[in-house]
Design a binder for this molecule. Sequence first.
Ligand code: GDP
Ligand code: IMO
Ligand code: MG
Length: 426
Amino acid sequence: MKVDVLLGLQWGDEGKGKVVDVLTPNYDIIGRFQGGPNAGHTLEFDGKKHVLHTIPSGIFHEGKMNVVGNGVVIDPIIFNREIDSLEERGVNIGDKLLISRKAHLILPTHRLLDAASEQAKGKKKIGSTLKGIGPTYMDKTGRNGLRVGDLESKDFKKRYNTLREKHLSMLSSFNFEFDLEPLEDEWLKAVEKFKNYPLVDSEHYVNGHLRGGKKILAEGAQGTLLDIDFGSYPFVTSSNTITAGACTGLGIAPTQIGEVYGIFKAYCTRVGSGPFPTELNNEEGEAIRKAGNEFGATTGRPRRCGWLDLPALKYAIMINGVTQLIMTKADVLSEFDSIKVCTAYKYKGEVIDYLPFDVLDDDMEPIYEERAGWKEDLTQLGSIEEIPAELDSYINYLEEELQTPITIVSVGPDRTQTLRRTIASI
Ligand code: GDP
Ligand code: IMO
Ligand code: MG
């Protein structure tokens, strides 16, 4: 058995949570491999909407294990809240959830540093979710971080205090006001509860089950264009959101990767700052935001909206080795007479069909191909055979351009609003 990976090909919020939930019946174990509570993964079924931040999106299915991998960063406060909210809704967590001892902890001072750093950047701010993600990964790579497994050690408090002091000294160099005490009290209380959840050496757990023939799906967070190496740096998150991140974030060898599901919206969105070549700062963009309800699942911020960007999508497919594509939110474009797709950019006077090193919106003008819209409600469709001819033609066009099969088309937020396109090997 191999590990299949599902990850975002754009700037996040492609619908990963929904589709992981739809695919979960085909798997035994779902593992998150990077990111943390900056993620907001939304699922809808039986008329209810759920948003997950750290917990894998397989949690609603009985008999499936959910692993929070070593590559994830965890804020115990948010984690406990997530569990409480699931339990209040009657979701049985039971023994379905495991946490890697090697996952790093987000401290209250990481959150303060995130906020202080963003404030200091002024207009150049990243637009971080302010969950402490960047500072926590900085401590991980700087070899100062605290890991979940450290909670089991006797000198945890001492190590916590050492890191806290370091952070306080860093904070003193910012012109930033804060009150650590209430944050810290809440965090230390949360840790006491958090450390009772089942902790595992998840790389052994995952590889043992792989050898035993179990099926594993690795769930990505954020998206390829937010990847620390290949995203629109510095307007990115601080982890590897790409397929390679599943290897480092769960302890899986590259030879063990099977299918790579790349998920994308039929258009583009971005929340936070940074380049966005096809952004629509006009009524069309507003219409997409309204129809797609494009507001952040974690921060509630309005998402920036624009047309589909093929050079960016091709890049993401290349970096991830995508074997199957999943297109979401086609239903959102139903109100448009015609749909635009960016096929190249005019960049500093030249036509290019790739993302340049420095993506500066002012120097980039997208070149669009215009296609007929489908002008039909897709949300009630029962099978792919029922889709309008214009959508069928759009899908075929994208497959041809992207040289990758589109095997799932999502036409609404609910589990049931999912059309399988070919007999996928899933
Ligand atoms: P994720 O971070 O990739 O899991 O995506 P988010 O949950 O942040 O954002 C996706 C949003 O679109 C959520 O509100 C989903 O409920 C919703 N959604 C997912 N797929 C579809 C779809 O095909 N059509 C529509 N209209 N909404 C969808
Ligand atoms: P999911 O998993 C969309 C964005 C932030 C900001 C940048 C850095 O739901 O797709 P960070 O808090 O990571 O330091 O913020 O990345 N960002 C996301 N945008 N979806 C997400 O996650 C995101 N997680 C982070 O808005 O621009
Ligand atoms: Mg999201």
